[in-house]
Structure formats: C-alpha cells, structure tokens
Design a protein around this ligand. Structure first.
Ligand SMILES: [Fe+2]
Length: 200
C-alpha cells in the first residue's frame, strides 16, 4: 500500500471570506452596503408598517375590510403595498371575540413579509413551528396570550404561494382615532396572531 498523502486545507475565517466578497463587489463597482441598509430599512420599518396600515384601514372602512377579506392581495395593492409575485394569494384572517387566528409555517419560515416584516427568530424555531399546531393554547399562554377556554384557536400553515395575515380586533378606547393613530398601535405579533391588542 502506497503512502497516503493528506492535504490539510485551512478553511478561511469569516473575516477573510467577508473581505473576499467585499473585494469582488468592489471590483465590479457594486455597493452591497447600500443594499443591505435598504433591505434592513424595508424589513424593519416599511414592511411591518404596511401591515399596520392595512389593518387600520380595514377598521375604519367596512368596504375595504370586505374587499380585504375577499381577496387580500388585490385589496393591499389598492394601498400600494407590494407583494412578491410568488406570494400568489394573501388570505386575511379576521379575529373576533370568539376566534383567535394564528399563523405559522411548519416547513420553514414563510410569512407575508411585505406586510408583517421578516419573521422573528421564534417564528423560525422548530419549537414554535411544531408545537403551535399540536398545543396552540399552551404555546400562546407561554407567549403571554392566555385565552379563555371559549375562544377557538385556528392555526394556519403558510405555503409557498398562500400567505396569511391576521386582522386583529380593534381595541376598545380607540373611537374617533385617525387611521394613522390606529396604525401606530398595531404590532407585528398581533399580525401573526400570538398577541391581542390591548386598550391603549
Ligand atoms: Fe416557510
């Protein structure tokens, strides 16, 4: 048996890899820093604000609310909210005192991200994805939403081409508020369905 030769290749450090990618961008005159900042702004500010705006509009305009429940993607387009082409359907799930809708993606981490923002870490966690389906009441309680037994919990599993958004109930004490004020109290968690909005 011949002598075996082992070649040990050192894996480049994260810093070296980042530098290499940066150099490749520089060579091509591209500015990834700008795109990353833009994406972060979209993901953290603009997208969740879209969902809040849609909810506020639905609260004050019953006709819009009806259109939103009938065809979500078409209705949000009226407000100029973009949805990627591959999100073919937007199903808006209306909560009421007896029904709490909750969304998840049991396979990975899909959301209607242009309305909800990028999914929070817990949403991507296997723990949430599997348990929210089997023991939704317990999971919601652990997340701070302790629902009375008479409230039915409906869990919706996102697919590649059907995205969901929860339409939370308008909290009491907000009569006469402007759409902008109302949008200001809508939280990401309420759009996912793991929280209800409290009286301000
Ligand atoms: Fe997914």
């Amino acid at each position: 048996m011949g002598k075996q030769e082992f070649v040990i290749r050192r894996t480049a450090s994260v810093e070296e890899r980042v530098d290499a990618i940066q150099a490749a961008f520089d060579e091509r005159g591209m500015t990834p820093k700008l795109s990353v900042d833009e994406l972060r702004h979209l993901a953290e500010e603009e997208w969740p604000a879209n969902g809040a705006r849609v909810v506020a509009k639905a609260w004050v305009d019953p006709q819009f609310r009806a259109r939103l429940l009938a065809d979500g993607a078409k209705a949000v387009a009226e407000l100029g909210v973009p949805m990627p082409k591959h999100h073919r359907h937007l199903v808006v799930l209306e909560n009421d005192p007896r029904v709490q809708n909750v969304i998840c993606c049991t396979l990975c981490s899909c959301t209607a991200f242009t309305l909800i923002g990028l999914p929070p870490d817990w949403y991507k966690d296997l723990e949430y994805r599997s348990r929210v389906v089997r023991e939704s009441r317990t999971v919601l309680r652990e997340m701070g939403l302790d629902l009375p037994a008479e409230v039915e919990i409906r869990v919706w599993d996102t697919t590649a081409d059907t995205r969901y958004m929860v339409l939370p109930e308008r909290p009491p004490g907000t009569d006469g508020w402007s759409e902008e004020q109302l949008a200001g109290i809508v939280t990401r968690d309420s759009l996912i369905g793991v929280a209800r909005l409290q009286e301000p």
